[in-house]
Design a protein around this ligand. Sequence first.
Ligand code: ADP
Ligand code: MG
Ligand code: ZN
Length: 597
Amino acid sequence: MKNNWRSLATYALLVLVALAIVAPLFTPEKPVKEVPFSVFLDQVDKGEIKAVSISNDLISATAGDKSRLKTRALNYPNLVGLLREKGVAINVEAPPESSWVVNLLIQLLAPVAFFGLLWWLMLRQAQGANSQAMSFGRANMKPQTRKIDVTFADVAGVDEAKEELKEIVDFLKTPQKFHALGAKIPKGLLLMGPPGTGKTLLARAIAGEAGVPFFSISGSDFVEMFVGVGAARVRSVFEQAKKQTPSIIFMDEVDAVGRHRGAGLGGGHDEREQTLNQLLVEMDGFDPKVNIIVIAATNRPDILDPALLRPGRFDRQVVLDKPDLKGRADILAIHAKGKPLAGDVDLNVVARRTPGFTGADLENVLNEAAILAARAEKKEVSMEEVEEAADRVMAGPEKKSRVISDREKKIIAYHEVGHAILSSVLPNADPVHKISILPRGLALGYTLQLPLEDKYLVTKGQAVDQITVLMGGRVAEELFFNEVTSGAHNDLQRATELANKMVTEFGMSGLGPRTFGRKDRQIFLGRDITEMKDYSEQTADEIDGEIEKIINDCHARAKELLGKNRAKVDSIAQVLIEKETLENSDLEEALKGLQGA
Ligand code: ADP
Ligand code: MG
Ligand code: ZN
């Protein structure tokens, strides 16, 4: 429909332009001969001219034989006298006007051309912004009736969500079975989770599994340049979906429209509010017997308007978390399909070293690896490329070109070895997988610790050891250079955060088993929304004291342990400076024979 509007406008414009060009050709014009003024005067003298018509400097004359001619004269003083003498009829006209057809066209065309141009500019802009303001509410998405070939098998690491969604698929496949038993099926389903965890993928998989039409519309389509367009779209989507039941309506990034009404800064929320209201009206309006399921996805459930979550709307909520170890391995296996992997690639190892990666990140890792392999003219993707790709996705590409002085390199090496030795010596710390002094992203060097399993519980011992490991870099600088650098900034920040949690959240300090401060947080977004202080100033002092104590103890412990292993620190640092990266057997070899706690 959108195209029709556009082509209609284009045609109208073309026809008008063509008319403007062609019209003058049809204006009636008798043949008029243009002659020099002197010739004209001669003819007047000879009495051949019967009538003239003067308009400014233009003189049109009719001769006795009805032939017409014209000439130009500017302020010729005696012309009138001469003409009178010869008995020529004189007519004085207003300045010449072009034919009325042309005039009318120009008058019509100017605004049309202007608005046409405006229209065109707006269209371009609207498309640039990836919206279709000009389609005036006719939802332009077509149902993806061609079969969606994504199935649950293409989604891994979200087993619980899949389990819940199987029921929905069942319903879409055989609604009669449910209706017969009087079961009420949820109208709306909300998929929540951080970006890249497969919400969009999963929604498509539901449609793929059920084999029903899938009407997909994204949040940004709703919020349009013109108030009312988004609302019209919502109406149109529901209309279309109702014609083809059972079907799925998928609203991606629903937070764009479902934001808290009245929230946000500034005005201009009318459009969003209208759209949201329309959505609520539609969801309340359709009969549960109509076999439509509305699936919405968001990574900002915290800002959704509560009205959306009320019973009868998106009352079924499914959370997609970042995948755990097994989930990551499964996702890697899915995306490894179609990529020839060399024998040395162990996806379980890759999964172990990528905690916190989402499905999208993991897909990215394997894709980057394939690109690296292709660039190196290889026929297979080997572990080397996969490791490099994982590092890239984690921290941006290796910056080999960044210039680092030898002294800086030495300090970085000792710093990283400090971390590595401690994580190897401390019983509760995660083992080291790799140390590198190649700068990556913002980090100068890094020590990659590999949690053996994803942790759901952190013991006090683990927390303390982790803080000690974090202190290792700074302590190595102190011990070997009698100097501290800014390189430990991130370590110190993480150590402080963890110590703070131990005291205020985990009850792991001298202040006893209680929490301090109430946090209203969305766990999986990893972000505190509001924090309320529920303790006195004096307690605040005590909390600070406890945090300081933990950090100081860990610092002292790090110092003691690295002091015991001075020679080892030196020797490993030398190797690291040489090789820049230490991993696998080299690393194991290097870390042998350390003095424990
Ligand atoms: P979201 O909508 O949650 O931001 P997407 O569904 O768009 O995430 O995920 C982007 C891509 O990442 C998917 O197309 C898929 O290739 C990959 N992906 C994400 N999560 C998974 C998963 N759980 N299993 C397999 N692939 C995944
Ligand atoms: Mg998405
Ligand atoms: Zn460090």
